[in-house]
Write a protein of this length. Structure first.
Length: 460
């Protein structure tokens, strides 16, 4: 398999064919496997196990046992986490290359995203170890990851749980199964106690459902689409496990009348770079711009010119590509103007992988854009929608969805008098990736947004 050509410091097919439970690489209870394919060209990368509830139960038991070991000691924990980040930094080129294989990202984008993630993780560790301690008792923390940039989720949401003294059971997406195993292998190498990190591969209907329905967790963190989040919410009355969520696709740019010519040029360049990683790095991507009507044509022209020439990362599967194109077609049929893209190119590269052409859709005034966006659901792929606004009320109504509370709100121009509380964090004159490099991050990326049982923090 392809992964066996990667450096020895990273997992091999022998690792990927097992789960990481209790500090050991163990075969699943049932002998079923799933082929992992490179989304860029559909070649087989490796195989991972299709695990079951039995494997989840074993992982939760191992994590529960680890709560009573050396992980309880804050100094031991701090040293182990610092070594993990140091080793990840030393292996950053190898991890970035693995992330390219996993997601189809370009080398430069993969490196930039990993560097930003590691910087944020180091900041989180310093905040907790040197600053404010956690206010929650340690517990077993369940994590369901999405396919969009799983290494960032591991090194932000899961890492934050580890910093706070929790032990973790992680279910990666089958579309993002490689880098979580790599982090587990590195954790074992640097001396993490057995059971602190457990990785269970499998489907959402088996492993995901087992985690969601388990009353033995102390907390549950879910990053996924609206259907996954809804299933997790429905389980709470039965499990009473506090649930936090993280939604992708919530980053947006807002352009105000005071934006200068230089602002517009920089916005266009930053937007194109963000759209390039939308499919594989939704936490750092950009799916929407709202521009004041006085600047609309200038901004739309500048952004379209830059976006049309980028080579975006692929989506993970053909089904996701069809969903993305369906969303584009529905927006166009309802009156949206496709400025560029809007189709799958008829060439070998686009047929073998799951590429979508970079797409810009102009939706017009907020009054028309809002019902269109509500009707087509959550963002997907290298698709950027641009709406116009005339009043602050228009702007507020464009960003009422819960996903924006997990995202960056990027401001360009003078926003005096406008309330920007809809977003997880506000940045000025920067893309989400630029903000991450500066150490700015929505709090939900660390702790999630509380949905149910949030006031208790963990199940007692």
């Amino acid at each position: 398999m392809i992964v066996d050509t990667l450096p020895n410091a990273l997992p091999t097919d022998d690792n990927y064919g097992r789960n990481f439970i209790g500090g050991e690489w163990k075969f699943p209870a049932a002998p079923y496997e799933f082929e992992i394919r490179n989304p860029l060209d559909s070649t087989i990368t490796t195989e991972v196990p299709l695990s079951s509830r039995i494997d989840v139960t074993r992982a939760i038991s191992a994590a529960s046992d680890a709560l009573h070991g050396p992980w309880r000691e804050s100094q031991t924990r701090g040293r182990s986490l610092a070594r993990l980040l140091q080793r990840c930094t030393e292996l950053s080129s190898d991890l970035a290359r693995l992330q390219c294989t996993e997601s189809g990202l370009s080398w430069s984008d993969s490196t930039a995203l990993l560097d930003a993630t590691l910087k944020l993780a180091r900041g989180r560790l310093a905040e907790r170890v040197l600053g404010t301690p956690a206010d929650q008792p340690p517990a077993v923390s369940g994590h369901i990851l999405s396919w969009g940039l799983p290494i960032s989720e591991i090194l932000l949401s899961v890492f934050s749980a580890l910093v706070d003294g929790h032990t973790v059971v992680v279910k990666p997406s089958l579309r993002g199964a490689l880098t979580p195993d790599a982090i587990a292998l590195i954790a074992g190498e640097v001396g993490f106690p057995p059971g602190v990190i457990n990785i269970v591969q499998g489907t959402g209907v088996d492993v995901g459902a087992a985690l969601i329905s388990s009353p033995d967790l102390g907390r549950l963190c879910v990053h996924g689409n609206e259907n996954t989040l809804a299933r997790a919410s429905r389980a709470y009355p039965f499990t009473h496990v506090p649930l936090t969520t993280l939604r992708g696709g919530g980053n947006a740019a807002m352009v105000f009348p005071g934006a200068s010519d230089d602002d517009i040029v920089n916005l266009a360049a930053e937007t194109a770079a963000a759209v390039r990683v939308n499919s594989a790095g939704a936490l750092f991507g950009l799916h929407a711009i709202a521009v004041h009507q006085d600047l609309a044509e200038r901004v739309i022209e500048a952004v379209t010119e830059q976006v049309r020439i980028v080579r975006p990362a692929p989506l993970p599967v053909e089904l996701q590509r069809r969903r993305t194109m369906s969303r584009v077609h529905r927006l166009a049929a309802a009156g949206g103007r496709v400025r560029c893209g809007g189709a799958v190119r008829d060439d070998i590269a686009h047929r073998m992988g799951w590429l979508v052409s970079p797409t810009v859709i102009e939706l017009g005034p907020a009054a028309r854009a809002i019902p269109l966006l509500d009707a087509v659901g959550e963002p997907s792929g290298p698709v950027l929608t641009i709406s116009t606004w005339a009043t602050h009320s228009d702007l507020d109504r464009l960003f009422t969805h819960a996903r924006h509370r997990d995202g960056y709100g990027s401001i360009w121009g003078d926003d005096v008098g406008h309330n920007t509380a809809a977003f997880g964090t506000i940045v000025r004159g920067q893309s989400p990736l630029g903000a991450a490099r500066a150490g700015l991050v929505p709090r939900g990326w660390y702790e999630g947004v509380g949905v149910q049982g949030a006031t208790t923090g963990v199940k007692r």
